[in-house]
Design a binder for this molecule. Structure first.
Ligand code: SAH
Length: 403
């Protein structure tokens, strides 16, 4: 499919003055910014975006049912969006990863990070020789075959598992889909290595694409500060932080998650590493309740990790989410022994780093005593954030020292 200025490409004409964000190269065209649609584009079609005055701004993928009506492929309106174009974008994303020193420490990496890699709505994670792809927008759905072919060709991975089962697909009017779409791995479970530790990833049944690669560097940092500490890992999933902490010489580790399936994999992960299993205890429980039980028992820890799921995916849930973050942070701070550390994270797009810091500050005030930020956390380098796309900067964390 080609889309050239001047041909019969459908056009999104913006309302007067609504081109500002696009001129700053932000890739989303919201429905409220559109004055009219010229032509009859179907979801996934390439459209030309124009100002009210007629200046071309770029080519976008049209999405008929989403509030994000257009996702910009390119700000060069004379370009052609086709298999070659997509292959070029994927190749550029791979080139960035090849330059990262990370490749010496792991065989699992995020290869494509959506808008920040110029591929709106596409996530690709590599777990050893299996790729997991999430196609989350109408534009990606349109070019699905071309993208999958390019991925296999450029990475030489044998199998691609599609996890297009995220809720955002329904906003795009797309059905959920999951399964092997290229090749076939013997099992949908594979083992990855990360800084010398082994983790099993269930690409079919795990959360998101199976593993939280964005926290890799932070797991490593926790490992470095764990020696001799009693550690509590809240929202432990398959044991990432807990196992890293044990590998770093933690005295004892307790790890909590509400998902029995995640804990079962966590126990396998513990067994797969040469560590003393008696020093790590997994517990299936609700963190909100369990922290209260620990408080009532008078328990204390030297290092607590809070890595909850997205409480506020968008701005609409910010208020409730803020309350939830405050609650667990307050409880955790109270459970810290003097000189203890709290590693607290938020992966909510709706909670800015500033707001997150304010919430933690509120929790520290209520907890009483002294608390200081001694480090800040972000996602690892295979999760780049395009400067014009601040929404890509969803993961933030603070390391708080309690005096
Ligand atoms: N720290 C993990 C990722 C955490 S993902 C890592 O590095 O791999 C968030 C986890 O929170 C999920 O495993 C989910 O099952 C769990 N979860 C969600 N709500 C919970 C609750 N109320 N209590 C306990 N666990 C919860």
């Amino acid at each position: 499919m080609s889309a050239r200025k001047g041909s019969q490409v459908p056009v999104l004409v913006l309302k007067a003055g609504r081109e500002k964000s696009l001129k700053r190269r932000h890739p989303w065209v919201f429905s409220g910014a559109i004055e009219k649609v010229v032509g009859e584009p179907q979801s996934g079609d390439t459209v030309l975006v124009r100002t009210a005055e007629g200046t071309p701004l770029g080519l976008a993928a049209y999405s008929a049912s989403s509030q994000i009506r257009g996702r910009v492929w390119t700000f060069d309106s004379t370009a052609t969006v086709d298999a070659q174009f997509l292959r070029g974008r994927i190749k550029a994303a791979l080139t960035l990863r090849e330059q990262l020193p990370l490749g010496r420490h792991t065989n699992a990496m995020r290869l494509v990070h959506g808008e920040s890699d110029g591929l709106p709505g596409l996530i690709v994670d590599r777990y050893a020789d299996v790729l997991v792809a999430q196609l989350l927008s109408a534009g990606m759905e349109r070019w699905r075959d071309e993208i999958l072919d390019a991925l296999v060709d450029l990475t030489r991975c044998e199998a691609v598992f599609e996890r297009s089962d995220a809720e955002v697909r329904t906003l795009e009017g797309l059905p959920e889909r999951a399964g092997f779409v290229r090749g076939n791995s013997d099992a949908s479970r594979c083992a990855i290595s990360e800084h010398g530790l082994v983790f099993r990833v269930d690409v079919a049944a795990g959360q998101k694409t199976g593993f939280f690669l964005d926290q890799r560097a932070n797991r490593q940092r926790i490992r470095e500060i764990s020696a001799g500490r009693d550690v509590l890992d809240c929202f432990c999933y398959t044991g990432g932080f807990a196992i890293a902490s044990l590998a770093g010489g933690a005295r004892e580790v307790s790890a909590i998650d509400s998902s029995g399936t995640a804990i079962a994999v966590a126990r396998e992960n513990l067994a797969a590493n040469a560590l003393d299993p008696a020093r790590l205890l997994f517990k299936e429980a609700d963190v909100f309740l369990h922290l209260r039980e620990l408080r009532n028992c008078g328990e204390k820890f030297d290092l607590i990790i809070l890595d909850p799921p997205k409480f506020a995916p968008t701005a609409a849930q910010v208020e409730n989410a803020s309350r939830a973050y405050k609650d667990i942070n307050l409880l955790a701070l109270k459970l810290l022994a003097p000189g203890g550390l709290l590693a607290t994270f938020s992966c909510s797009g709706g909670i800015s780093p500033d707001l997150f810091q304010k919430i933690v500050a509120g929790a520290a005030l209520d907890a009483g005593g002294e608390a200081k930020i001694i480090e800040r956390f972000g996602p690892d380098a295979d999760h780049p954030v395009a400067l014009e796309f601040p929404e890509g900067d969803y993961l933030k964390g603070l390391l708080v020292y309690r005096g």
